[in-house]
Design a binder for this molecule. Structure first.
Ligand SMILES: Nc1ncnc2c1ncn2[C@@H]1O[C@H](COP(=O)(O)OP(=O)(O)OP(=O)(O)O)[C@@H](O)[C@H]1O
Ligand SMILES: [Mg+2]
Length: 664
């Protein structure tokens, strides 16, 4: 019994031996939805009731925007049901009076008839109102979910890239994704809570009218049930939060066992049987928790029912005394018995609904928090227009540091990109090349220094116009799960184009043989997760990416910048040479091409080569100047050249062979 006097507390999660071995402890994702996990358990009835107006207010506001008549119909339906419940009880009271009156049985039945008919009518009206409310609430639910989802997606696509790369914001995006479904469920929970409240009020007022002593009695009977429902909900919540660790861990293992990328090692290294054993061990500890929870729930409900029963016995005792001492009529007592039963059931349901409302609202609050933060970090709309001709794009003393890093990824870097030129950027891994490209593209705004399009500072320009002038082809360009044609056209999706319009881009990228191999040519779906879709190799995809870039550049007549970041990593040597040639051919009088690559053979023909080292500009100039300077560039170039020139074994360690015994 002692356990019932304590508050339900969060306990440290049970970690199975399997989890310890695999993950070194409980698996805690750095993911948003785990955020409520360790929040103090705030599920007391009082705190739930206190936050109710705000929560319900938010849901009502969404529903009001979604479909006003439907919301009004739901409200009318619910209030109507409350009134019907009260009238129903009055009818019951009248029937009781008639039945328990004096006179012959037939006369009493006759007297009761009008009230019985009225009660039946009220029941019919009640059913009709319930139907109306259900149908309108059902209409509101998807609308509210759509509104919330659209808000979420719109906000997520409108923020600066820096926000997307900020782990804090990513976490928020992650939590907020559950908000829309919760907003939908809140409609149902709100309606149910409203229904519970109104019918409880109706019952309570009728009871007060019948006899003032009945209301406290109702509360006495209902209180243990309310407490039981609350306690079960709290225990479930705590358990879910602890159990989440196991669920996640076993889900991860299930995913690994079926995942395509892991398939080879699962088989060759025998990882399958090993992980399956761990999965079993973890499932067993999770099942133990479920059993504990079910037992606890059964016990709590039993205690609540016993307490409620005691209160009920007490109430009936008091009623008996009231009747015997002439303070209460028999008919009133009969009605009161029915009302008390109905009232305690509504109170139990109300507690559950308020609880659910509270749980869902945690997620809806995250949704609202995300929208507010996303609005703060959105790419500003509007700005000065970008002139059609800009002559050159200049990065002047640009410094950029990622939000979660101490060191700057770019430190006072200046680069000049005249239209009609080809510029190359080289440097070791992590030297800041890709970051420089993101700054150039207008995706990241430098913390100091400026990016200028002609004379205009990027900071004041209409960013959508800047994006319109940039083409970007990166190593990990998006492989959209759509048709081959759309995978090319999506370079400028607003522009309609059929196979004829796309043909030059396909030819240009050398993708014609790739398309010819596809079962339905350009109309083939490129998405391995869908039936009937085709799969391309890494190099074949890169040709599609190049075609997309061509389509994008060819559909922009104004001065523009083409950024190519490591485009050839998956290409065979011949295709690589062809790709570098193709990229150079994209240079035009109104286009500046920037090429980032580790293949030094691809950069020697560039007009200017910039060499980055540790986020700073080490040197720049043409291939010949840089070779003559004998600096970092010359060293990098010669190292790569030497690999091809040297003999097959130069500098490569070979395995030591076990001594082979001389044949005797
Ligand atoms: N999204 C990010 N968040 C935090 N730090 C980042 C992010 N992207 C890159 N960095 C860091 O910034 C530095 C420069 O990275 P960048 O990707 O620009 O290098 P890179 O020259 O393109 O390298 P690579 O040749 O490997 O592509 C690195 O130290 C990297 O760890
Ligand atoms: Mg890079």
């Amino acid at each position: 019994m002692k356990r019932y006097l304590r508050r339900v507390r969060m306990v440290e999660p049970v970690v199975s031996a399997a989890e310890r071995e695999l993950f070194g402890g409980p698996l805690r994702y750095d993911m948003g939805w785990a955020e409520h996990e360790r929040a103090p358990l705030d599920l007391t009835m009082l705190s739930a009731i206190r936050s109710m107006p705000r929560l319900v207010g938010g849901t009502l506001r969404r529903a009001w925007t979604a479909d006003r008549p439907a919301l009004l119909a739901v409200a009318a339906g619910e209030v109507g049901q409350g009134i019907a419940a009260a009238v129903g009880l009055l009818a019951v009271n009248a029937v009781m009076h008639a039945l328990l009156g004096t006179g012959a049985a037939a006369d009493r039945l006759h007297d009761a008839l009008p009230a019985l008919v009225a009660g039946a009518l009220v029941a019919v009206v009640n059913a009709g109102l319930a139907g109306l409310s259900t149908s309108r609430a059902g209409r509101l639910e998807p609308l509210v979910e759509r509104i919330a989802t659209t808000e979420y997606l719109e906000a997520a696509t409108a923020v600066e890239l820096e926000a997307i790369e900020d782990p804090e914001f990513r976490r928020l995006i992650d939590v907020a994704q559950y908000g829309a479904a919760s907003a939908r469920r809140m409609i149902g929970a709100c309606v149910a809570a409203l229904n519970g409240t109104i019918s409880l009020l109706a019952t309570a007022s009728i009871l007060t009218v019948l006899h003032p002593a009945l209301l406290p009695m109702l509360l006495l009977i209902a209180a243990p049930r309310g407490w039981g429902a609350m306690r079960v909900a709290q225990e479930r919540y705590v358990s879910v939060m602890n159990w989440i660790e196991h669920v996640r861990a076993s889900r991860l293992i299930g995913h690994l066992l079926t995942e395509r990328d892991a398939a080879q090692e699962v088989r060759i290294h025998g990882v399958g049987a090993f992980l399956l054993g761990k999965y079993r061990a973890m499932a067993e500890s999770a099942e133990g928790e479920q059993k504990r929870l079910a037992d606890g729930k059964a016990l709590t409900e039993l205690v609540a029912a016993a307490l409620s029963g005691l209160a009920m016995a007490g109430t009936y005792g008091v009623m008996l005394w009231l009747i015997l001492s002439g303070h209460m009529g028999l008919a009133v007592a009969g009605t009161a018995v029915i009302a008390v039963r109905a009232g305690s059931a509504s109170l139990g349901a109300l507690v559950m609904n308020v609880n659910q409302l509270h749980e869902e609202s945690l997620y809806v609050q995250d949704h609202d928090r995300f929208l507010a933060e996303a609005a703060r970090r959105a790419i500003p709309a509007g700005g000065r227009p970008l002139p059609e001709r800009v002559d050159r794009v200049v990065l002047d003393q640009v410094t950029y540091r990622y939000p979660d890093r101490d060191e700057a990824a770019l430190d006072g870097v200046s680069v000049e990109l005249p239209m009609g030129s080809v510029t190359a950027v080289v440097g070791e891994n992590g030297s800041g090349k890709s970051t420089l490209m993101k700054v150039l593209a207008g995706l990241l705004l430098p913390q100091s220094g400026t990016v200028r399009w002609g004379g205009a500072d990027l900071a004041g320009l209409d960013r959508s116009q800047v994006f319109d002038r940039v083409s970007l082809l990166t190593q990990d360009f998006q492989r959209w799960p759509v048709t081959a044609a759309l995978n090319i056209r999506i370079g400028r999706p607003a522009r309609e184009a059929g196979p004829t319009e796309l043909r030059p881009s396909v030819e240009y990228a050398g993708a014609a043989p790739v398309v010819a191999k596809l079962p339905h040519g350009l109309r083939s779906l490129l998405a391995r997760m869908f039936r009937g879709a085709s799969e391309l190799s890494g190099g074949e995809w890169q040709k599609i990416g190049l075609a997309r870039t061509h389509w994008r550049t060819e559909t922009c007549a104004a001065d523009s910048v083409l950024i190519v970041d490591e485009p050839t990593s998956a290409l065979d040597p011949e295709a690589e040479i062809a790709a570098f040639d193709a990229i150079r051919r994209l240079a035009g009088p109104h286009r500046a091409v920037v090429l980032v690559t580790h293949r030094m053979s691809g950069v020697r023909h560039a007009d200017t080569i910039y060499v980055l080292a540790g986020g700073r500009l080490a040197e720049h100039g043409s291939h010949d100047t840089l070779m003559a300077a004998r600096g970092r560039y010359a060293a990098m170039f010669e190292t790569q050249a030497a690999q091809y020139a040297a003999g097959p074994r130069a500098g490569v360690p070979h395995p030591s062979a076990p001594p082979v015994p001389e044949p005797s």
